[in-house]
Each structure stands twice: as C-alpha cells, then as structure tokens.
Design a binder for this molecule. Structure first.
Ligand SMILES: Cc1ncc(COP(=O)(O)O)c(C=O)c1O
Length: 444
C-alpha cells in the first residue's frame, strides 16, 4: 500500500535530531540506530518515507487492540475537549466508570484499583499497599523477572537490568524461578514450590509482606508456569498471611486469550498490577488492583501514596474505549482462537529449522528459543548476551519489514490481538526465512 508521508522531516532528520537531544532507554547511546515512524494502522507501522513494517510485538507487548483505532482516538479527543485534568482528590465520570468496569472483568473479589501512570508505578504502589496492609516489610521476587525501572520495581526485577541500579530497596529477597536459564523444560511445580517454601521458612513468614511474580514471565522468555504452581503459591500465601501479587502488566488484557493470565489457572491474587493493554498504550496508564478485604482495611487506615496524575481523566477515557474495543471486536476470543494457529506456525518452524530448540505460547503471547545444539542443549547466545547469528536475524527482520523483540537467544511473537490469520502467516513467513541464517550455526 502506498502511503503519503505526513511529516515535514525525513527519517534521517528525525533520527539525527532525536539522537542529538533525547536519551533512549536501555541503550549505549552511540550504538543506536532507531527507526522513525510516522503513522500506524492495525498491525502495520509506516516510516515517513512510506515503508511498511509489520508489528509482530505490539510495540512493547502493549498495543493489544492494534494501532490507529479511531474509536479510542475519538474518546480521547472528546474527553480532552470536555475536561483535561483535575487533581486526584476530585473525581470524574471516566473514573467512576472505569473502576466499575475493571471490577467487573477482574477475577474473584478484586474490586478496587489505584491508578498510576504505568507498570512500574503500579508495582511501587503494590509494594506500599502490601507493607501498609500486613505491617511487614520483606517482599519476595524472582530472578527471571522484570517489574519496571523505578527504584523499587527495579529491585524486584531480577534480570540483569537490575545490576547497574543496585543497591536498591531494602528487604527484597529472591526466591527460585520455575525455569532455569539454559534448560528446555520448567521445573516440576512441586520442586519450584519447595524452593519457595524453603525461602519463606528461612526468612520467617511473619516478616514477609508479599510474594511478587509475573503470572507469565514476559521479557525474560514467555515462561509459562507449570500447572499447579500458581495454586501452590496461593496456598503458601494463605497459610502464612502473605499477599500474592501477580504482575499482569504484560500478560493481562487479552494477550493470553483471557482477560488476565491468572484466569487460566483460576487463581485470585491479593494484588494485581496492570498497564500496557489497559489503554493499549494509546495513553500512559497503570493500576494496582486489590481484593475486597484489603480495600476494606483502608477504609479506616491512611494510605501513604499519591501521584499528581493518578486517575488522569484522558487516560481513563482511553482505557474505557479500549476495553469497549476488546469487547465489541471479540479480541480476547480472537487471541484465544489464534493461540493454536500460532502454535502450528511454531511447530512447523521447529520441524523445519534445527536452530529452533523450543517454542511456547499461550494465546498470542509467544516465543521461539534458538539453539546451537539440541543435545546437549546449547542456547544460541550466552546468558544476557547476543551472538552474530541473532544480530543477523535481527538485521534480516529489519530489511524485510518485520519488527519484533529479540532478547538473548529468543524471538518473541506477540502481535496485536486484532491480527488476521493471513497477517500472522505473513510474519511467520519472514521469520521462516530468517531462521535459515540461524540454522547455519547449528552443530549437527
Ligand atoms: C511484567 C512487567 N511489569 C512491569 C513493567 C513496567 O511497566 P512500565 O514500563 O509501564 O513502567 C513491565 C514493562 O515491560 C512489565 O513487562
């Protein structure tokens, strides 16, 4: 499709000025080569020169409804025209409606939310709620986890992004992961739970406010917990009066084919964080949700937390319209329907390419792990590293109009939930061709 550029500047000019005067996240600034985007629609992004790029990662696993949905744009415009902002001590109709709507779609008796600007702030406030509610200070988190880049969330983050930001929050204790780096299969649920139980015992259950976990681990590898694991964590929390905090910032809002990933295992966390898909990233918004009895406790207890932009009316209007789109277009159902279709693509690639060592997906939350050798199992990259082959795969994607997230030895496959079967096939066709490069590294 030919697209008329609408920016006054060329890609080269935008990139040069952006690089000169703005900082990019998680980067060595001198090594950057960003792509300038002018507009986007559905699953496609367009550069100022009209080059089309298939968004196979919903940007940061966040534009779940797809790009350019005018229903959300209209809701934002209408709200911005009527009322742009009131401080969070006032309230508004979008706030009333969105709180009630979330209470309707969230599992169990999670029925009250505190609105933030994004995922990290939701985590920060979940730490506060857990500490205030329990009167305990320690929080448990895992290594293969990302919870955000503010200081508390960064401390809970176990992956190497934490290293340069240490020391962080006092009182964060690590517990064992369900998946070990460099191994194909997760631990059996009972073994992983035993590791958690040991940590609880050694730390003293009465000192632990909360256990944090990504329901399905996102950027650390789409790690789906073995059946029985979440129920086991719930049981340990109940036994010791510890709050279970599920981070659904990435896994929530239809990504897995259910509203929230916890819904697959019928588990109700005490606190649940969300962001990204809540507005499909059309505007910044996050939230921490709490179960009824926790909200009740704060009827008579002061909450020491706040943000100038908590419950920003325009972001809330965007969230309401986004949730309406999920419902009107059956996007959660589409993600559920396309889960097996994605699995079939993964299986076909694994059968054809010796470099595909493993694949996982639940709904449209998916990943391919590349290896140099299947036996012994040897990932294509070292831990927290890259390799010439992964770089070449990335370069192939860029040259052939596919954007997706590559981390360590993995290729993420997390397209917007509005994707069609044909568009999904288009993306996997490009990945198929790129894997020929990776195959050359495989020892047979
Ligand atoms: C599971 C999870 N939690 C928290 C965050 C942090 O969210 P934000 O970047 O909106 O602060 C992310 C971001 O990727 C995430 O994936």
């Amino acid at each position: 499709m030919a697209v008329e550029p609408s920016t006054a500047m060329s890609s080269a000019e935008i990139v040069a000025l952006s690089r000169a005067h703005t900082f990019f996240s998680w980067s060595v600034q001198g090594a950057l080569d960003p792509i300038a985007i002018d507009r986007a629609e559905g699953v496609y992004l367009y550069t100022p020169e009209g080059e089309r790029i298939l968004d196979f990662n919903s940007q940061l696993m966040s534009v779940n409804i797809g790009h350019g949905d005018q229903r959300v744009v209209r809701a934002i415009t209408e709200q911005a025209t009527r009322l742009q902002f009131v401080y969070p001590g006032f309230t508004t109709e979008p706030r009333a409606r969105l709180g009630a709507k979330l209470a309707e779609i969230m599992p169990g008796d999670l029925d009250k939310v505190f609105f933030t600007l994004g995922g990290a702030e939701a985590i920060e406030n979940a730490i506060k709620f857990a500490r205030h509610f329990t009167g305990r200070t320690k929080v448990l988190a895992r290594y293969r986890a990302y919870h955000g880049a503010t200081m508390g969330a960064m401390t809970l983050t176990g992956d190497p992004r934490r290293w340069a930001n240490e020391p962080g929050l006092v009182g964060v204790v690590r517990y064992p992961d369900t998946h070990r780096w460099g191994e194909k299969e997760p631990l059996p649920a009972a073994e992983a739970l035993q590791g958690l139980e040991d940590v609880i015992r050694y730390e003293g259950p009465h000192t632990i406010a909360a256990i944090f976990l990504e329901t399905i681990v996102g950027t650390n590898g789409i790690l789906i917990p073995p059946d029985g694991y979440l129920k086991g964590v719930r049981e340990l929390c109940d036994r010791h009066g510890i709050l279970m905090v599920c981070d659904e910032v990435m896994a929530g809002f239809g990504r897995t084919g259910r509203w929230f990933a916890v819904d697959h295992w019928d588990v109700v966390p005490d606190l649940m964080t969300m962001a990204k898909g809540l507005t499909s990233s059309y505007l910044p918004l996050g939230a921490v949700a709490m179960r009824h009895h926790i909200a009740e406790a704060f009827e008579t207890k002061m909450f020491y937390g706040g943000l100038t932009y908590s419950s920003h009316p325009v972001s809330l209007a965007a969230a309401l319209a986004t949730i309406q789109v999920y419902e009107d277009d059956g996007l959660i159902q589409n993600a559920a329907r396309l889960g097996p279709v994605m699995r079939a693509h993964h299986e076909r690639l694994a059968a054809k390419h010796p470099s595909v060592g493993a694949h996982r997906n639940l709904g449209l939350f998916g990943i391919l792990d590349l290896v140099r050798s299947q036996d012994p199992w040897t990932p294509m990259t070292p831990f927290n590293g890259t390799s010439d082959e992964m770089k070449a795969v990335g370069a192939f994607f860029r040259k052939n109009g596919l954007y997706t997230f590559i981390a360590n030895n993995s290729i993420h496959t997390n397209p917007p939930l509005c994707i069609t079967d044909a568009q999904l096939a288009e993306g996997f066709d490009i990945i198929d061709r790129a894997l020929d490069i990776a195959d050359q590294a495989v020892k047979t």
